[in-house]
Design a protein around this ligand. Structure first.
Ligand code: ZN
Length: 242
């Protein structure tokens, strides 16, 4: 015959295990919110597009915050700067806004620095611009974003090496880029005379209600400098008021 005490102990054990399970599942729910359910999605793979692929890392930062899109890979040779954003942004905590990073990965005619081509003749640039126009533009246009930032780098032929600018003369994108520059020690507002990629992404975004500006880094800056500048950009963007 089972003693009363034994029954009590068994009941206690059951209650304790039930509580433990509840606590464990609560904790894992918390963890999910902390990591914000960041996920990576393939928008285009190379079976239907020979010039490259397009992916997006979604839901970085505050999942309930306003939404901002970053774009990398429009010009494939500038990938050191692109990788810097993809390395840093998804690991940042306490962000105010919710970020998606669109990643264009040109696989055809990427080219290389010193190939004798003028930077603008590199055919990989056109492939990236086409992928941006065809796949990234409609996603951002219809994605309920407050702002889009197109990340590039340059070989140092401009007046400034690290800068932001809008491809249009006036509007919210000009204001936002100016505010970012004002809040960054190493980033200036400087608009070059023309952009090759503007007509494929940032200009039509601006013209259709989504403010979009460029971030330009110096291609040959050391990695620690690229990191420092990118963190300045990320934090200044995260402190904009919409
Ligand atoms: Zn570029």
């Amino acid at each position: 015959m089972i003693k009363k005490e034994h029954i009590l102990i068994i009941i206690l054990l059951i209650i304790i295990s039930a509580f433990s399970i509840a606590i464990i599942s609560l904790n894992s729910a918390d963890n999910n919110t902390d990591s914000n359910d960041i996920y990576r999605e393939v928008l285009v793979n190379d079976s239907n597009e020979t010039s490259g692929t397009v992916e997006v890392i979604r839901n970085i930062g505050n999942p309930n915050g306003k939404r901002i899109a970053y774009v990398v890979g429009v010009h494939p040779l500038e990938n050191e700067t692109h990788k810097t954003l993809v390395k840093l942004l998804p690991n940042m905590t306490n962000l105010n806004y919710c970020y998606d990073i669109y990643i264009i990965n040109v696989t055809e005619d990427i080219g290389y620095y010193g190939d004798g081509l003028n930077n603008y003749e590199n055919p990989g640039r056109q492939n990236g611009q086409n992928l941006a126009q065809k796949y990234v533009y409609p996603e951002i246009l219809n994605g309920n974003y407050e702002l889009a930032i197109d990340v590039h780098s340059n070989i140092g032929a401009y007046e400034y090496k690290t800068f932001v600018f809008s491809p249009v003369k006036e509007g919210k994108s000009v204001d936002y880029a100016n505010q970012v520059a004002q809040n960054c020690k190493n980033i200036t507002y400087y608009a070059p005379p023309s952009t090759t990629s503007g007509p494929y992404l940032t200009i039509p975004l601006n013209e259709n209600g989504i403010p979009a500006f460029y971030y330009e880094e110096y291609s040959f800056a050391p990695q620690d400098v690229k990191d420092e500048h990118m963190l300045e950009l990320i934090n200044a963007v995260d402190n904009l008021n919409f």
